[in-house]
Design a protein around this ligand. Structure first.
Ligand code: 5GP
Length: 139
């Protein structure tokens, strides 16, 4: 069963496509959080960011890089929030990698990306040392 975004890629359901190349496509979000809210996806179906092969990830970033100024300029935005919900626990509803480009305007009442997580943890230096070492040993 293909994702709703694969159905858009295949032309089976309509979308307001703003950019397309061999490996990526960008279209307006059906439930925009701001005018110009755009989704950028790899055409092939990958659920999470780390499932995307490096060459496709490069193409995806190139399209995001291209679309940010296009979107901001089109709606005269002051800035944009650019984000991926990576996994269902992080709020990902469609299991097909997608980058949200959400235009932001001075005084729009929205928040920074710091608002997406729950209560901030209180971590002492030992815990931070351990986390630092753990991540760097895996990177
Ligand atoms: P997520 O929560 O998975 O990060 O975001 C999924 C996004 O896809 C939502 O913002 C939602 O409005 C958008 N969306 C869901 N179904 C469709 C659709 O059929 N067409 C378009 N253009 N956007 C969709």
């Amino acid at each position: 069963m293909s994702t709703i975004f694969s159905q858009i890629v295949d032309g089976e359901i309509p979308a307001r496509v703003v950019y397309e190349d061999e490996t990526t496509i960008a279209f307006l979000d059906a439930n925009p959080l701001a005018p110009g809210h755009t989704l950028v996806i790899p055409k092939d179906e990958y659920e999470r960011l780390n499932d995307v092969p490096e060459d496709v990830a490069s193409d995806l970033y190139a399209t995001i890089h291209r679309l940010i100024p296009a979107v901001e300029d089109a709606v005269d935005a002051d800035a944009s929030t650019v984000a991926f919900n990576n996994g269902s626990e992080a709020g990902q509803e469609v299991p097909h990698v997608h980058c949200h480009i959400i235009p932001r305007f001075e005084g729009d009442g929205g928040g920074p990306i710091h608002g997406v997580a729950g209560e901030p943890p209180s971590l002492d230096d030992d815990e931070l040392d351990e986390i630092e070492a753990d991540i760097s040993s895996r990177a």
